[in-house]
Design a protein around this ligand. Structure first.
Ligand code: DC
Length: 232
């Protein structure tokens, strides 16, 4: 942590279901910062590829899509439980990107170097404007390596699958725990072994095990880090 400077950007990384989005959103609210969920961008490209019948394994076409589709992640304009609006070429796809078929394919799409290059550039531009809490897999390592505070959230794969199961169930979806657990294992493996920007904690990240900790405990701890690293 970089003490003595005002925090302009906070990077929150971690695997699927580690609580990144929940924590990052609350933290951004508390600080009056923008919450930016970078996973939404990879999901948006995946959803658009599925809609346009572009085969997910066609790296060249998926990459060209990522370079050309206009994705916007902005503060929510609809009060329906969303934490951001996600638009692709002006079309609201906020809930579509949470569909199971996106979950199943997004790790493949986000492993394509050209897709990462296109989206990382956009994320960095937003991050460098400051006053942002950015959540993802490679924010502290690649997108914003100079972020003043880097957090890496973690939990066991079983716990993360349980959270995803409950989240889906609360949305009224028919869900099977074993299927979710298997998908988590698959996504973890693709996200952490890909060649470009694999999921890992930055050397200077504060690693927090979120298992058996409440959201407010985690938030209080991060706020104490924010407060001790403010201007001295
Ligand atoms: O956080 P999430 O589940 O919405 O992320 C969706 C996918 O996008 C996930 O499989 C990994 C990828 N991702 C990434 O590679 N880099 C990021 N900065 C954010 C997400």
């Amino acid at each position: 942590m970089d003490k003595g400077k005002k925090i302009k950007a906070i990077a929150i990384d971690g695997p699927a279901g580690s609580g990144k989005s929940t924590i990052a959103k609350l933290l951004a609210n508390e600080l009056g910062y923008l919450f930016f969920d970078t996973g939404g961008m990879y999901r948006a490209v995946t959803w658009e590829a599925l809609c346009r019948n572009i085969p997910i394994d066609d790296q060249a076409r998926v990459t060209s899509l990522a370079e050309n589709v206009q994705i916007d992640v902005r503060a929510p304009t609809v009060d329906d439980g969303r934490s951001s609006d996600v638009l692709a070429d002006g079309k609201d796809i906020t809930w579509d990107i949470r569909r199971p078929e996106v979950d199943e394919n997004v790790s493949i799409v986000s492993a394509y170097p050209g897709v990462r290059k296109a989206l990382t550039a956009q994320q960095r531009r937003i991050g460098l404007r400051g006053n942002v809490v950015m959540a993802g897999r490679d924010i502290g390592t690649v997108v914003l390596p100079d972020a003043e505070l880097k957090i890496y959230l973690d939990a066991s794969v079983e716990e993360r699958a349980r959270r995803r199961f409950l989240e889906r169930q609360s949305r009224g979806e028919m869900v099977d725990f074993d299927e979710i657990l298997e998908m988590m294992h698959r996504r973890d493996s693709i996200d952490s072994t890909r060649e470009v920007a694999p999921l890992c904690a930055a050397e200077d990240a504060v690693v927090i095990d979120t298992e058996r900790k409440s959201i407010s405990q985690i938030l209080d701890y991060i706020m104490s880090l924010v407060n001790t690293s403010l201007v001295v």
